[in-house]
Design a protein around this ligand. Structure first.
Ligand SMILES: *[C@@H]1O[C@H](CO)[C@@H](O)[C@H](O)[C@H]1NC(C)=O
Ligand SMILES: *[C@@H]1O[C@H](CO)[C@@H](O)[C@H](O)[C@H]1NC(C)=O
Ligand SMILES: *[C@@H]1O[C@H](CO)[C@@H](O)[C@H](O)[C@H]1NC(C)=O
Ligand SMILES: *[C@@H]1O[C@H](CO)[C@@H](O)[C@H](O)[C@H]1NC(C)=O
Ligand SMILES: *[C@@H]1O[C@H](CO)[C@@H](O)[C@H](O)[C@H]1NC(C)=O
Ligand SMILES: *[C@@H]1O[C@H](CO)[C@@H](O)[C@H](O)[C@H]1NC(C)=O
Length: 556
């Protein structure tokens, strides 16, 4: 109650704004009055008529004009990510429709024009364009072939930025930030921080402040001002949220809160029993086998966080969805944010999944006794305090292969090390600690819940960690994980994550194909061959997944 009172004591934000808009709307206001209020979200070029409904004017998204603009640009060390916003009915652009252009400040003649690295769309009225890093002193913008050059948008540096936000079902806003440099795996003191909501966070008069509920590992949980919660969704997703260390500057923000629509449901009513969250980069070719196998043992939904893949992942996901696998791809372009990505995924998965496994695409759950994952999770009788199942991993070696095994990794690699690697977890997302702390695929739980170590005769993970050289080289060249440095750098040389005996040179050791082989383990291979081999053709289903568009067009 106390809380509610405090929040309503703020300026009744949305009411004030609705009145102000209507007033302006009916009294023939001028452009400059309007700009005064909404500088950043305001694109005069977009608005052809003031008959556009007020809410749409605010969000800079008129319903009738097919126009586009650059919403903002984020500068990464090696690339720039440009967010292009346009009317939802506009056709999606491809790489060929757009060029990155580089301008000197206050000029309109591009100094340089380059093709984008990639382009993707996450929401219906946005596309993101990755541009090569701009030369010093220039500003990056886009030339759209059908539309001409666009004005550059506000530019932010990645190392200090609020970049994503979700309104959670308890009405707090979870904000993902970069640059607070908090200690890993610990909760910080929330009273040292404040949250801000508004269109232009540089204008203190038009910003709503709120308290931080919890803060850890660059994930901040903010109270959401009531007046914002009570606004229409379009309106909510047009404002930004950010965080300030008390007494210091506010982080720049591109984080617009997304509303989770699902209502909390009792545990027994989740749509799926078992889901998987994973993060990958350029591993599309491994997806069909990984998805089809896990579907067979009981996984119902795969949340794929794609860290800037440049392979044909869109086509592969499309063909899996076409074959009725519930796979969703979420573009996660943020650098060194694996923990944040898993927390983001856990929040999304909680709506529909009773259990979520956090594993990589080269890891396969294996049930030596022939059970399914359903048997395992259903055996955790409810109500139960067990909310995390820790599963031990075995590392497999190249098993004598010099070329990628044609029947897939589970059939090809059958020789492994004897020892156990660190475990991976299957979690019940309802029991996650609200701080969303996780370290190495491993979340903190709410007090009162506990983990159990899975019996290794029931469930293990086969980790196809050391595949044939051509694959291994790729994987370690640019690792997705944050906790290992690039394998070619002479950092963390003693780390367990380094490949024993490999050192820091990217040269294939003569005996690579026979390394990491201490014991034959054909358990999973036998199960896969028995379950999946198609009698007529002697093939496995992932050998025949419909060819992707790119593969087809590459044919002579
Ligand atoms: C560009 O123009 C703005 C005002 O339009 C001015 O404040 C700024 O100093 C100019 N920058 C340069 C580099 O000329
Ligand atoms: C969240 O806010 C909405 C809108 O104010 C309200 O209807 C709902 O009851 C709130 N939910 C919780 C869990 O506080
Ligand atoms: C994504 O890949 C890049 C290398 O291209 C890496 O620097 C970055 O840390 C990765 N992102 C995450 C979330 O791990
Ligand atoms: C796929 O999963 C999502 C959420 O997990 C669910 O909303 C959707 O209905 C599922 N689709 C199918 C075809 O099962
Ligand atoms: C089910 O749980 C019981 C007791 O917790 C355990 O002894 C048994 O091995 C479990 N079975 C499976 C398939 O996990
Ligand atoms: C979450 O974890 C923190 C410390 O790790 C603990 O103080 C807090 O009570 C936990 N929250 C819940 C709801 O259990």
């Amino acid at each position: 109650m106390k809380d509610r009172k405090k929040r309503t004591s703020f300026l009744p934000w949305n009411i004030f704004f609705r009145c102000a808009i209507l007033l302006l709307f009916f009294s023939g206001f001028t452009l400059s009055t309007f700009q005064l209020f909404f500088r950043e979200g305001f694109h005069p070029r977009l608005v052809s008529t003031w008959r556009t409904p007020p809410m749409e004017v605010i969000s800079g998204e008129p319903s009738s004009t097919p126009a586009m603009s650059i919403q903002e640009t984020v500068i990464f060390p090696d690339q720039a990510l440009v967010f292009l916003k346009y009317h939802a009915s506009t056709l999606l652009f491809s790489k060929d429709d757009i060029d990155c252009i580089y301008l000197l400040p206050n000029t309109s003649e591009p100094q340089l024009q380059l093709s984008p690295v990639s382009i993707y769309s996450q929401y219906s009225d946005h596309q993101s364009v990755r541009c090569p890093r701009q030369p010093r002193g220039t500003i990056v913008s886009l030339a759209v072939k059908s539309n001409g050059n666009l004005l550059p948008g506000p530019t932010h540096r990645w190392h200090s930025l609020a970049y994503e936000a979700i309104i959670d079902r308890d009405n707090t806003t979870v904000v993902f930030v970069k640059g607070l440099n908090l200690r890993s795996g610990r909760v910080s003191d929330p009273s040292k921080f404040k949250c801000l909501f508004g269109w232009d966070l540089r204008k203190p008069k038009f910003v709503l402040w709120s308290e931080v509920v919890s803060i850890a590992q660059e994930i901040v949980r903010c109270k959401t001002p009531l007046s914002i919660l009570n606004s229409p969704q379009r309106f909510i997703s047009s404002i930004k949220v950010s965080v300030r260390v008390v007494g210091r500057q506010t982080l720049k923000s591109i984080a617009r809160p997304k509303v989770r629509l699902m209502e909390p449901r009792p545990l027994s009513e989740k749509q799926h029993e078992m889901c998987i969250c994973t993060m990958l980069r350029n591993q599309a070719k491994f997806l069909p086998e990984w998805v089809m196998y896990h579907a067979q043992i009981g996984v119902q939904h795969w949340f794929i966080y794609d860290n800037n893949s440049e392979d044909d992942i869109e086509d592969v996901v499309e063909s899996l969805v076409g074959a009725s696998y519930n796979v969703t791809r979420h573009v996660w372009p943020w650098i060194k944010t694996q923990e944040a990505g898993f927390a983001h995924c856990a929040l999304r998965a909680r709506d529909s999944c009773e259990w979520v496994g956090f594993i990589d695409v080269d890891e396969f759950f294996h049930l030596p006794s022939g059970l399914s994952l359903y048997d395992v999770v259903r055996n955790q009788s409810r109500p139960s305090e067990v909310a995390e199942l820790r599963v031990s991993c075995h590392s497999f070696g190249p098993s004598g292969h010099k070329k990628v095994p044609v029947k897939g990794v589970t059939v090809g690699y059958t020789c492994r090390l004897t020892g156990w690697e660190r475990h991976k977890s299957i979690m019940r997302p309802e029991a996650l600690n609200s701080s969303l702390i996780n370290v190495v695929h491993h979340f903190h739980l709410q007090t009162g819940f506990e983990y159990t170590n899975m019996d290794r005769d029931v469930l293990v993970i086969n980790h196809y960690k050391y595949q044939v050289w051509e694959v291994f080289k790729e994987k370690f060249y640019r690792r997705v994980a944050t906790y290992v440095s690039d394998w070619q750098q002479k950092r963390n040389v003693g780390s367990k994550d380094r490949t024993p005996g490999l050192g820091t040179k990217a040269v294939e050791p003569a005996d690579w194909s026979t390394r990491f082989c201490e014991v034959e383990d054909t358990g999973l291979r036998d199960r896969v061959l028995k379950t999946f081999t198609q009698l007529k053709t002697d093939r496995l289903p992932w050998q025949d997944l419909p060819m992707s568009r790119r593969q087809r067009t590459a044919l002579p």
